[in-house]
Design a protein around this ligand. Structure first.
Ligand SMILES: *C1O[C@H](CO)[C@@H](O)[C@H](O)[C@H]1NC(C)=O
Ligand SMILES: *[C@@H]1O[C@H](CO)[C@@H](O)[C@H](O)[C@H]1NC(C)=O
Ligand SMILES: *[C@@H]1O[C@H](CO)[C@@H](O)[C@H](O)[C@H]1NC(C)=O
Ligand SMILES: *[C@@H]1O[C@H](CO)[C@@H](O)[C@H](O)[C@H]1NC(C)=O
Ligand SMILES: *[C@@H]1O[C@H](CO)[C@@H](O)[C@H](O)[C@H]1NC(C)=O
Ligand SMILES: *[C@@H]1O[C@H](CO)[C@@H](O)[C@H](O)[C@H]1NC(C)=O
Ligand SMILES: *[C@@H]1O[C@H](CO)[C@@H](O)[C@H](O)[C@H]1NC(C)=O
Ligand SMILES: *[C@@H]1O[C@H](CO)[C@@H](O)[C@H](O)[C@H]1NC(C)=O
Length: 407
């Protein structure tokens, strides 16, 4: 398409005196990295100038991100990133004080993207480097840390595509999908690990929350917590072809600690590989209200997984496990093969106040890493007798998510 409009050039002088420009030509904004200093102002400028019916192109090179970014009113914008975006690590106090709240669990994000008809494409070239090690060390194995930024949050987005981006060393969760509808995330590669004595706690690949119609395809994730996590009020989530290293692989939860009812409906996890993960195909809730309904885990190859199948109504505390009124029902595990680290293939305790209903298992072949038979522990599953998997014992309410040896 040819645009006759006058090119508007916004010149920003970089710290080293380098000249960089946001060039707006018709409906296309083109951004060139400064090379030093802070690229956030010109990135903001590009999103302002091209926030409707536009394309924003980030040319190759390194962009330094020193400030939070919030672009939530985009309308029909395609964003093409060919460069490397590096989040600063020498101003942690700035991030801790300024990251944007995302409501969920008091968490914060460094980048909010929302609106309608948005495509964010990395063309296999975009690299997001969060300088995660400094956050891992600062966090010292703590849990969710206020201000520790989620890298990319899709916030109140409708018809959003995210494709072809590589993340390395995220500060916290790699991505978060909240209050959004029709989000497709394809061909993403994420990896965050620690080289210090502190572990990469809570560097989830993605969490969905209050969102529906989310499609995920072709991901490779190495991270310190849940790989793909479907949280409260998620509906129609279709996830296929994902390889997860180290992480919690495919999980529903946590949910059930909200004020009202927390629900999850219609989830498919298909074609997963879980390597050295904590769990593989699992569901965790607090003893709350709501439901988990119609979830399928299909075609999983697992290797050295701590406790492959796990269901808990009282995650973390192990308290009030039989008081939960959040039923877990219509759940299928199909074609799950591979090895468990210890001698337990499945630990499933459902609340006696709201027993699990309609569990279905087919073609489950989980052996111990050492080659022996693995236990299947079950409590309060209504159709236990005909669910397709033989229970070898009962599962106590406070059964741990991760084991530290044979049981
Ligand atoms: C997160 O996204 C930003 C872009 O806003 C990028 O600069 C940064 O490197 C990414 N950090 C990671 C991998 O967490
Ligand atoms: C969306 O924006 C592009 C320019 O990037 C424009 O060509 C197209 O017509 C817009 N679509 C609609 C439906 O307005
Ligand atoms: C969902 O979003 C995609 C863009 O990612 C768009 O092509 C598609 O038309 C949208 N679907 C609906 C039902 O709006
Ligand atoms: C998944 O990856 C394969 C192989 O690279 C590719 O052919 C396919 O188009 C990808 N799927 C999507 C939805 O991008
Ligand atoms: C699955 O995704 C990986 C990238 O994570 C890709 O290399 C592979 O080709 C995909 N497989 C299919 C069948 O699409
Ligand atoms: C259950 O979820 C699947 C997606 O995994 C969906 O295709 C199906 O329609 C859902 N069933 C009901 C009864 O909603
Ligand atoms: C698990 O991942 C490790 C590290 O990448 C690799 O060496 C090993 O072959 C993988 N195992 C399986 C069964 O895929
Ligand atoms: C079972 O899963 C494996 C691994 O994903 C796959 O190769 C195989 O085709 C699946 N079997 C069936 C019957 O779908």
């Amino acid at each position: 398409m040819k645009f006759l409009g006058i090119a508007i050039i916004t010149t920003i002088i970089g710290a080293g005196g380098a000249l960089a420009e946001v060039v707006k030509d018709g409906s296309v904004c083109t951004v060139t990295p400064l090379g030093s200093g802070d690229d956030t102002p010109q990135i903001k400028k590009a999103f302002q100038q091209c926030q409707t019916d536009s394309q924003i192109i980030f040319q190759e090179g390194t962009y330094n991100i020193r400030q939070v970014m919030e672009f939530t009113n985009l309308k029909n914008v395609s964003i093409d990133i060919y460069g490397k975006w590096v989040w600063s690590a020498d101003n942690l106090q700035y991030w801790i004080g300024n990251t944007l709240p995302v409501t969920y669990a008091g968490l914060h994000t460094g980048w909010k993207l929302g609106g309608t008809d948005i495509a964010l494409r990395g063309h296999g070239k975009a690299l997001f480097d969060g300088n995660g090690q400094v956050w891992i060390d600062e966090n010292k194995d703590g849990s969710n840390r206020k201000g520790r930024p989620i890298n990319l949050t899709i916030w109140k987005g409708t018809n959003v595509l995210v494709d072809g981006i590589t993340w390395r060393q995220a500060q916290f969760w790699h991505t978060f999908v909240a209050y959004s509808k029709n989000v497709t995330m394809t061909n993403l590669d994420m990896a965050t690990w620690s080289t210090s004595r502190w572990s990469s706690v809570n560097t989830d690949g993605v969490d969905t929350w209050n969102s529906e119609d989310v499609t995920i395809r072709n991901w490779t994730v190495k991270c310190g917590d849940d790989c793909i996590s479907v949280k409260a009020n998620s509906k129609n989530i279709d996830v296929r072809n994902v390889t997860c290293y180290e992480s919690g692989c495919a999980v529903i939860g946590s949910l059930g600690n909200g004020n009202g009812a927390d629900t999850v409906d219609n989830v498919l996890f298909q074609d997963f590989r879980c390597n050295h993960s904590s769990n593989a195909a699992w569901i965790k809730t607090y003893p709350g209200q709501g439901h988990v309904r119609n979830v399928t885990f299909r075609n999983f190859v697992i290797s050295d997984v701590n406790q492959p199948i796990y269901v808990s109504p009282c995650i973390y505390s192990g308290q009030n496990c039989d008081g939960s009124r959040l039923p877990i029902e219509d759940i299928t595990w199909s074609n799950i093969t591979g090895t468990a680290r210890y001698n337990v293939a499945a630990g499933m305790h459902c609340s006696s106040a709201a027993p699990c209903k309609n569990f279905k298992f087919e073609n489950i072949d989980i052996k111990t890493k050492a080659g022996g038979a693995a236990k299947v522990l079950c409590s309060n599953i209504k159709n236990q007798a005909d669910m397709g998997l033989k229970c070898t014992g009962t599962c106590p309410g406070n059964w741990p998510q991760e084991l530290d040896g044979n049981r």
